[in-house]
Ligand binder design. Structure first.
Ligand code: E4P
Length: 220
């Protein structure tokens, strides 16, 4: 499973790329707004220059023509740009038009298998089920991801599944186990993924035992 960062924070993205594990980024208007007063296009282009793989950014229009026009402009920003199109009926049509022009679409705000199947059938490169937001309303977000992974594979639809709206490391674990192609994770979750108290205790114990060896050698 590939790891994308779900952020527009340049320092966090640089760190993720330096770690050698972050191969893509997803943004949305809420995520970008957290970066304060910025030039939206410049920020996204900067992210594209740092990240080796796909960088998703969202259209704001809701009608087909508006989404397509916006997406065509966004697609010119960088070679690794992906346009996020929402899982509405208009979004399906826009996805179909854009796929016909080889513009990569991340079919976003998916909450059901039906939505993902339509996005994938229309030619989306990625479909993004939002796990945390489904969990928030008492549904099982990961069950939806599992269904999407299973049925895209069954019908041999090439869209890749991005497990999105990830809230904690357990989500990453389950996404990996059920075969999601990608998990897009907040920076804090990326940091949490590596932590385990037994690792810290183990490192400390090895350091202490090594000091004992050194002390003995000094006595010889
Ligand atoms: C993914 O592409 C979205 O930007 C993101 O995962 C949404 O997460 P949230 O539900 O925490 O806002």
């Amino acid at each position: 499973m590939k790891i994308f960062l779900d952020t527009a924070n340049i320092e966090h993205i640089r760190h993720g790329v330096r770690l050698g594990v972050v191969t893509g980024v997803t943004t949305n208007p809420s995520i970008v707004s957290r970066e304060g007063k910025i030039d939206y296009q410049k920020l996204v282009q900067k992210i594209c220059s740092i990240v080796p793989g796909p960088v998703s950014t969202e259209v704001l229009s809701q009608d087909v023509q508006g989404m397509v026009a916006e997406a065509r402009e966004i697609a010119k920003w960088a070679q690794n740009i992906v346009v996020k199109i929402p899982a509405s009926l208009e979004g399906v049509e826009a996805t179909s038009v854009l796929a016909g022009e080889n513009i990569k679409v991340n079919f976003t705000l998916c909450f059901t298998l039906n939505q993902a199947l339509l996005g994938a059938a229309a030619g989306a490169t990625f479909v993004s089920p939002f796990v945390g937001r489904l969990d928030d309303i008492g549904e099982d977000g990961m069950e939806v991801v599992a269904d999407i992974v299973e049925y895209l594979d069954y019908y041999q639809l090439p869209a890749q599944v991005i497990a999105a709206s990830i809230r904690h490391p357990q989500h990453c674990l389950t996404a990996a186990k059920i075969g999601a192609h990608i998990a897009t994770v907040p920076y804090e979750v990326l940091l949490q993924m590596i932590r385990h108290p037994l690792t810290d205790i183990g490192i400390e114990r090895f350091r202490n035992d090594w000091k004992k060896i050194m002390a003995r050698e000094e006595l010889l």
